[in-house]
Design a protein around this ligand. Sequence first.
Ligand SMILES: Cc1cc2nc3c(=O)[nH]c(=O)nc-3n(C[C@H](O)[C@H](O)[C@H](O)COP(=O)(O)OP(=O)(O)OC[C@H]3O[C@@H](n4cnc5c(N)ncnc54)[C@H](O)[C@@H]3O)c2cc1C
Ligand SMILES: *[C@@H]1O[C@H](CO)[C@@H](O)[C@H](O)[C@H]1NC(C)=O
Ligand SMILES: *[C@@H]1O[C@H](CO)[C@@H](O)[C@H](O)[C@H]1NC(C)=O
Ligand SMILES: *[C@@H]1O[C@H](CO)[C@@H](O)[C@H](O)[C@H]1NC(C)=O
Length: 550
Amino acid sequence: MKSPVLLLATTTAFFPAYAFQLPFKLPFNLFSSDSQTPLIALPEVPETQTIPNRVAIIGAGAAGSSAAFWVAKAKERYGLDVEIDVYDKNTYIGGRDTTVYPYDDPTLEPHELGASIFIKANKNMWRAVDEFGLERVGFSGEDEDDVMGIWDGHEFVLTTGGGGFYSDWLDKIKILWRYGYKAPTKTQALVKSMIDKFVTLYEPSPPRWSNITSVANDLEWLEITAQTTAEYLDSQGIDRRFSRELVEAATRVNYGHDVDKIHALEGMCSLAPTGASSVKGGNWQIFEHFIAQSGARVFLNTTVKSVTKLSSKVPWIIQTASSSEGRLYRAVIIAAPYHQTGLKVTTGSSDLAATVPEQPYVHLHVTLLSTSARTPNASYFNLPPHAEAPTTVLTTHDGVRLRGRPEPEFNSLTYHGHVLTKEGEKRLTETGEEEWVVKIFSKARLDDEWLRGVFGGKVGWVLRKEWDAYPVLPPTTEFPPVKLAEGLYYVNAFEPLISTMETETIAARNVVELLLKEEYGAGLCKPGTTEDEVGASSPREHDFVYGWDC
Ligand SMILES: Cc1cc2nc3c(=O)[nH]c(=O)nc-3n(C[C@H](O)[C@H](O)[C@H](O)COP(=O)(O)OP(=O)(O)OC[C@H]3O[C@@H](n4cnc5c(N)ncnc54)[C@H](O)[C@@H]3O)c2cc1C
Ligand SMILES: *[C@@H]1O[C@H](CO)[C@@H](O)[C@H](O)[C@H]1NC(C)=O
Ligand SMILES: *[C@@H]1O[C@H](CO)[C@@H](O)[C@H](O)[C@H]1NC(C)=O
Ligand SMILES: *[C@@H]1O[C@H](CO)[C@@H](O)[C@H](O)[C@H]1NC(C)=O
């Protein structure tokens, strides 16, 4: 996952030259060992120095990388003098978005291990692909005959043909509709109205917030975050079977939740419309470009341990695991789920952990494998031995709920096309067989024996990854704070409302604007400017996107 566009700073070069530009004299007793403050080495510095124009971003995923990008855009437009440092404990940029190579072979086409898809209404991601010269690819496998089935742990309650779940969602809705469901069109209308609200976030003068409840309220979403997806669809008169099977298949594959557990806004997000795409070669390239464009310094493989502000007049001090020395900042952006960071955040004498409510995450097992079995083992799915099992298997909890059937052993099992070389050629096994890449999401580990059974013993490469994937998302109208203290902002407060790559870039934009306003009296866009007027002789190729076009 190395990219030529980046010059990555390493941990060991922790900028000793910059680390000690203390702008003031700190009273020594604040650093005594019996205080809660982390012990750092203190140089003698003149009192005349000012708080450094430097912003720290903790996390280099969608949120942190885009935060750096937004700060840099503002720097350009306002001529601000501000340095950006980005820290990540991983050795790569992308966080929950990263790719792997089948057989760990870099000559093969990589596959997403975490976040995979975004849609056209995700205007930051979409735009970034175009601006950065990347290539979008449709999400479905190459196989047009791909069959999708919804498995309840005992039988398929529904199967449909053709294309992958995401790209052909609408087609499938139509098929179902032809088969007599009225629910799909109504559900689609609900999704559309959600998306219509969502895209107002890109308009000139979009909503800005320091409180997520208030933006959810402005977007008229509080009513739907306050109920489960099941309750919401029931209240809209949508057929129970449709919500418990088809909608649930979507909430289970996208968020690892059943429809009666997940709030209805995230449930609606799971029903992403057509046009789902990913970036060829990996979505993380967007995030690398964000950071490269920002000119930020990047400290990878660097765990931030503490974020400390001793009094209102002094800068924030960041300490990492790899250095006993602190580095000073005017403002800090936390761009990772707070309680997963292990950060100790202190202002004055108070620890801020209590200000961010505990947020459980769905612990998801991702199993990526290659198999020469063209379809999974039909017998596993209680089909006749020579039947062909679907190659996209989604699941419903309804078998358990209604019939006391066993819980499906996985959330989703999807074929993602052939094992391909980077040139797009099928790569054959040593015995000359074609192989497919399969991705399985499950709540528990799937052992080798299980995999052998489901793929008839024909398993090649296997990679297992556990993620704290997305928040547990029960109905709620309360969200974490966006601003934790003066000069300290929290992007991932947005995740319990919606957790996607795109919404993290929007939440980052909002936090950056708040920071710029409060610390610099600036913003992301100068009032009354539209950038594409500058030298734009050709008609605008894109939708207006706030932050890009101003
Ligand atoms: C299997 C899976 C499938 C998904 N599918 C999709 C999808 O199809 N589409 C979609 O849009 N979203 C999807 N998501 C959700 C999506 O991945 C997240 O919403 C999004 O990537 C979160 O980005 P982030 O930058 O906020 O957080 P992260 O990507 O988690 O980034 C946080 C970063 O902070 C770093 N960090 C944490 N603590 C510290 C510390 N103390 N010091 C230094 N660094 C630290 C971490 O190493 C991490 O890199 C999926 C997630 C998973 C796991
Ligand atoms: C956030 O906004 C809601 C509704 O507007 C309000 O009830 C709540 O008190 C606000 N919370 C904070 C921390 O300001
Ligand atoms: C990460 O840092 C540790 C020491 O802190 C080092 O041992 C390790 O090799 C580094 N890993 C990479 C990939 O740079
Ligand atoms: C297919 O699945 C059935 C039922 O789980 C199992 O008994 C059988 O051994 C599997 N077939 C192969 C070839 O592994």
